[in-house]
Design a protein around this ligand. Structure first.
Ligand SMILES: [Zn+2]
Length: 99
């Protein structure tokens, strides 16, 4: 078997993603919904503060090796590209202001 990371693009509701997203930093995770920090991204299933059940994860560093390691560590979470989420967020906001 040759396991490689192959990106698949999905049309998702960025608001819904933001409500179930675990952002993974160098040492710990952050809840995208309530901004709670210091979460143990290796095993946290739900946010201890707002009780969000995580379904997606996004790494602050998206080098291939990091993402591959995370997909093995957390096969229960769907990996997304943080920049896709952020640019969508910015786009939604600009639409709200100027649309
Ligand atoms: Zn939270």
């Amino acid at each position: 078997m040759a396991h490689r990371l192959i990106r698949v693009w999905h049309l998702l509701d960025s608001e819904e993603v933001g409500k179930q997203l675990l952002i993974i930093g160098e040492l710990s995770g952050e809840c995208a919904k309530c901004r709670a920090v210091g979460l143990d991204y290796k095993q946290v299933k739900e946010c201890p503060k707002c009780r969000t059940i995580f379904h997606y994860m996004a790494s602050r560093r998206s080098a291939g090796g990091v993402v591959k390691r995370l997909t093995k560590l957390r096969p229960d979470l769907v990996p997304i590209e943080l920049e896709d989420f952020r640019s969508g967020e910015a786009f939604d906001k600009s639409q709200g202001l100027f649309g």
